[in-house]
Ligand binder design. Structure first.
Ligand code: NAD
Length: 257
């Protein structure tokens, strides 16, 4: 499938799933805007390397997805946004009674509200272009829950709900909105949870991976960033033109349990 001539904006894409999706979309020919809150030389170098390697225009635009104005400014600076991938996300794991309010607010802002702001800014550009794809990276935690992840589960369920509303508001247009719901993918976000879990349960790294992280993933394998990219490409394809307002689980069977 060719996405030549299209521009994709991927929030939170200097690592992990966002970067994996950005790479797959760039390989399909789209120009790509990478994003994160940082403004390091290596962020811009990453864009330059991808431009050279993949032969498309890859730019890095700094914007903090916890700030609504910066979310909207990201789309404005991109100038075009045929494919919007709302991917930026953070995690904090703690019981609800001691869950810090600042972490709650940050998770709701970055994991959920950012998608509202970017979508609101991107839809006029998609309408002007006569084609658009909104792809929200939710989670198995957008469909099910786990203890100690109150803000994350609330935000991801919110993203799934908002996806359906955007799909209905664009239903008669050549624009679709869907959510990808990954199970565990071994990225920095998941890596960060391993040491604390090892301490908490007095387990080795392997035991944490098998008995805690992948406990609810029946395949007992991590999903990969390339698989997330492939799923996003499917949603961009003509085959998915009537796929809107839904979730696609890429979770090794987690939500079948
Ligand atoms: P990651 O930590 O590797 O990547 C998160 C990205 O978001 C990074 O690029 C980071 O710089 C960016 N980011 C964080 N705060 C930001 C902010 N304020 N403004 C802009 N960018 C910001 O994590 P990941 O695992 O690749 O997660 C990506 C998305 O996938 C998240 O929404 C996450 O909830 C979701 N997800 C991940 C998994 C998993 O197992 N890894 C499973 C389900 C869903």
């Amino acid at each position: 499938m060719s996405l030549t001539g299209k521009t994709a904006v991927v929030t939170g894409s200097n690592s992990g799933i966002g970067l994996g999706i950005a790479r797959e979309i760039a390989k399909a020919g789209a120009d790509v805007v990478l994003n994160s809150f940082s403004d390091r030389d290596e962020d811009h170098a990453l864009a330059a390397e991808m431009t050279k390697e993949l032969g498309v225009n890859v730019r890095y635009i700094q914007a903090d997805m916890s700030d609504g104005d910066q979310c909207r400014a990201l789309i404005e600076k991109a100038g075009a946004c045929d494919v919007l991938i709302n991917n930026a996300g953070i995690q904090h794991v703690e019981a609800i009674e001691s869950f810090p309010a600042s972490k709650w607010d940050a998770i709701i802002a970055i994991n959920m509200s950012s998608a509202y702001h970017t979508t609101a800014a991107a839809l006029p550009l998609m309408r002007a272009a006569g084609w658009g794809r909104v792809i929200n990276i939710a989670s198995a935690h957008g469909l099910t829950a786990s203890p100690y992840k109150s803000a994350y589960v609330a935000a991801k369920h919110g993203v799934v709900g908002m996806t359906k509303v955007v799909a209905l508001e664009t239903a008669e247009e050549p624009i679709t909105a869907n959510a990808i719901c990954p199970g565990y993918v071994l990225t920095p976000l998941v890596e960060k949870q391993i040491p604390d879990t090892m301490k908490e349960y007095n387990m080795t790294r392997d035991e944490v991976v098998k008995n805690v992280l992948l406990k609810r993933q029946p395949s007992k394998e991590f999903a990969t960033v390339e698989q997330m990219g492939g799923t996003a490409l499917y949603l961009c394809s003509d085959a998915a033109a009537q796929v809107t307002g839904t979730t696609i689980s890429v979770d090794g069977g987690w939500t079948a349990l």
